[in-house]
Design a protein around this ligand. Structure first.
Ligand SMILES: CC(C)(COP(=O)(O)OP(=O)(O)OC[C@H]1O[C@@H](n2cnc3c(N)ncnc32)[C@H](O)[C@@H]1OP(=O)(O)O)[C@@H](O)C(=O)NCCC(=O)NCCS
Length: 160
């Protein structure tokens, strides 16, 4: 249940070089290429298991077409991180599944936490009451943060 916005992480006050903005249909290739650039370990953590390139390509296209909220972190014109919100109900905005990805070379700079904060604000604006992030028990990054650092404590987490 999302009932309060927790305090901002100190990382959120640090400077970042890139830009955070909503991704639109025209960003599909850029978003897809970001997902394809994830290292095998990060890709496995992001999708909770092995996925081949064709799955990732189809997933990116489906996300954009389905009207999912995708917020991107862009540096040098390339998407280097993304936060996604996918409605999992009947479109009644009761519950959504959320997911995060930051390319390895860009991790540990607070980008994930920033994307997370943006996504939470958007989810609240849209009226979502329940957000879920799916991780597996070995996913240290996904389980520690953003999914379980301060901003994420309002989440329930599902494990596979
Ligand atoms: C989870 C993820 C989005 C975090 O992105 P990020 O930009 O590094 O996040 P932040 O810089 O805001 O890091 C916040 C904290 O997350 C934790 N964290 C991030 N990457 C980690 C890693 N590889 N191992 C363990 N903890 C990690 C740390 O506590 C980190 O703080 P620190 O850098 O001071 O140690 C990124 O690691 C990622 O894309 N992982 C692969 C996909 C995934 O697991 N997604 C989540 C499930 S959908």
């Amino acid at each position: 249940m999302l009932d309060a916005m927790p305090n901002a992480s100190p990382k959120l006050t640090a400077a970042i070089r890139g830009q955070i903005r909503d991704l639109v249909a025209g960003d599909l290739a850029n978003f897809r290429d970001h997902l394809l650039r994830l290292t095998p370990a990060s890709r496995r953590d992001r999708f909770n298991g092995y996925t081949d390139d064709s799955f990732v390509e189809a997933y990116a296209a489906r996300s954009v077409k389905s009207g999912a909220v995708v917020i991107g972190y862009l540096e040098g014109g390339r998407v280097r991180g993304a936060a996604e919100l996918h409605d999992v109900g009947q479109g009644n905005r009761e519950a959504a599944e959320i997911a995060f990805s930051v390319e390895d070379a860009f991790q540990h700079r607070g980008i994930g936490a920033r994307l997370f904060e943006r996504l939470i604000v958007r989810a609240l604006e849209l009226g979502y009451r329940s957000l879920h992030v799916t991780t597996h028990p070995q996913n240290r990054a996904g389980r520690r943060s953003p999914a379980s650092s301060e901003p994420c404590s309002a989440f329930s987490r599902r494990r596979r």
